[in-house]
Design a protein around this ligand. Structure first.
Ligand SMILES: Cc1cc2nc3c(=O)[nH]c(=O)nc-3n(C[C@H](O)[C@H](O)[C@H](O)COP(=O)(O)OP(=O)(O)OC[C@H]3O[C@@H](n4cnc5c(N)ncnc54)[C@H](O)[C@@H]3O)c2cc1C
Length: 478
């Protein structure tokens, strides 16, 4: 019997990580961090404090050659590998006890103002893109929190304040460079490896490590931001109004509603503090005057003392929610789509607020439609553009002893709402315990995604994601 037969999983991981380290250390330009190194503790943390792992090695790449070498060495050693851009995976997929390929040193953004194009490195945060593109008065449509990683967000689809006006983030990508599971650098676009290009726009991190996105930009420097809180007795009425209003609203209008317990801060009218409220954030991207009737209508059901409206810079918009989602807090989420918000569903949503265990939790409601819904379903691998209502149950808390209560609140509310939901889910809003929902997330795209995965990653090297297993592995599992 060989010595290897007696190895435990842990010993195998130690040996594999030592092999990767030995293979990389002479030719790696970035940082190789191991337990005990001074930068290691900070480097191992990810955004969701519910997920804590101790990688044997963190390979913080300084460029494309580092990524290629890390993928080749890891693939050869057979070590479990996570890919990290901003570390905001709600599911915690960007860490593991094996190897982490960390792209946080690769945050370059190059803008061509004349052609309205940008080239974005694979480790960029949304804030790095916004800062660079605003210097030229341009925007890339992305998400609502500037410390989110661009790669994870774009590859899953990417929704935000500008989605109705300019489409999903992935709709604004014109080309990508990625390192595939054998370490090759591949370019894809509409004309070049078109199947891979299709799959990467919505299919998540299944196909390789994206080192660069080429994206389209649009002119925009300011917006109108209107906000207001609606007190408990009027929440049902507000949701009914929102449901009907958004179906007819212009593409310049984005109106998101968070159902939550109002924070006990000076900004909130005294009578609402700690009470269930619907918190509206309404963004108008067109000319200020023509937006006024829409904003007025949307705010009409809010408590007048809570209403605020002002013209703001795009950078202010993109950072206004940053402090609401701190790194290291504990988070758990479940999400789904509705074709329609019927009265019974609205009733359940309102009831759910008063059973929340944490004042930091919220039920996020967004209406898609607009430009994103006009792109043909077959154009990209993004799961579902047709269901207008997206709901995200997001529990957020800080005390470890409250884990069970918060997780069970999310699961309980989800189970009650599930019968009224449209099958499907946005992969970037899924938890790490929902692998059974991945085929549901991609439904009619599933077979095509499996075919692309089988070609580019036949051994499922990239498996820490909402995973599309390659054909051979699927057959072995049956
Ligand atoms: C505070 C917060 C706000 C959010 N807001 C929005 C929002 O407004 N709109 C929205 O659509 N989503 C939003 N999300 C969800 C977000 O899109 C996902 O969590 C996304 O995965 C985050 O990307 P990241 O690069 O930070 O993730 P990471 O945790 O770094 O990576 C997540 C996964 O993406 C893949 N990946 C990352 N980088 C690469 C790469 N370079 N190449 C290949 N695969 C890669 C890997 O599979 C990895 O496991 C938000 C999440 C958080 C935590």
């Amino acid at each position: 019997m060989f010595a290897a037969d007696h190895m435990t999983r842990d010993q195998e991981m130690i040996k594999a990580s030592a092999d990767v380290y030995a293979s990389l250390h002479d030719r790696f330009s970035g940082d190789l961090l191991r337990p005990g190194d001074s930068a290691y503790e900070d480097a191992r943390a990810i955004w969701n404090g519910m997920v804590s792992r101790s990688p044997r090695l963190i390979a913080r790449c300084a460029g494309v050659a580092d990524v290629q070498n890390a993928v080749r060495a890891a693939s050869q050693a057979g070590i479990l590998t996570a890919i990290r851009c901003g570390g905001h995976s709600l599911a915690g997929f960007s860490t593991c006890d094996g190897l982490v390929i960390d792209l946080s040193r690769m945050r370059e953004v190059t803008v061509d103002a004349e052609r309205r194009r940008a080239w974005v490195s694979g480790g960029c945060l949304l804030g790095s893109i916004d800062t660079a593109t605003q210097k030229a008065g341009l925007v890339f449509p992305s998400g609502v929190v500037s410390h989110t990683g661009a790669s994870g967000l774009i590859l899953g689809g990417g929704t935000g304040w500008l989605t109705r006006r300019f489409g999903l983030s992935c709709d604004n990508v014109v080309g990508m460079k990625l390192v595939t599971s054998n370490g090759s650098l591949v370019h894809c676009s509409g004309a070049d490896n078109a199947d891979l290009f299709w799959a990467l726009r919505g299919g998540g991190g299944n196909f390789g490590v994206v080192t660069e996105f080429e994206v389209k930009l649009h002119p925009l420097t300011s917006v109108v931001i209107a906000e207001g809180l609606c007190a408990e007795p009027h929440i049902r009425g507000l949701l009914e109004c929102w449901r009907d209003f958004m179906a007819e609203a212009p593409f310049d209008l984005k109106w998101n509603i968070d159902l939550r317990l109002a924070p006990k801060t000076n900004k909130v009218p005294v009578e609402l503090r700690g009470r269930p409220v619907a918190s509206s954030s309404i963004i108008w991207t067109g000319d200020t005057e023509s937006g006024q009737p829409y904003l007025k209508r949307a705010l009409s059901l809010c408590n007048p003392d809570s209403v605020r409206s002002k013209v703001s810079s795009f950078l202010e918009l993109q950072t206004m929610a940053d402090l609401d989602f701190p790194h290291g807090h504990r988070y758990y989420t479940k999400s789904g789509y509705f074709n329609d918000l019927d009265d019974a569903t609205i009733g359940r949503l309102v009831e759910a607020v008063s059973t929340m265990h944490s004042w930091e939790s919220q039920i996020e409601l967004a209406y898609l439609g607009g430009t994103a819904a006009q792109v043909a379903a077959t154009e990209t691998a993004f799961g579902d553009r047709s269901a207008p209502f997206i709901m995200n149950l997001l529990a957020s808390w800080s005390d470890v002893s409250a884990d069970a209560d918060n997780v069970s609140w999310v699961r309980g509310v989800f189970n009650k709402l599930r019968p009224a939901m449209k099958p499907g889910v946005y992969v970037n809003f899924m938890s790490g315990d929902e692998q059974d929902r991945v085929p549901e997330a991609y439904h009619e795209h599933w077979d095509r995604l499996v075919a692309v995965k089988s070609h580019y990653d036949p051994k499922n090297f990239f498996r820490l994601n909402q995973n599309v297993p390659p054909r051979r592995l699927r057959q072995e599992m049956l």
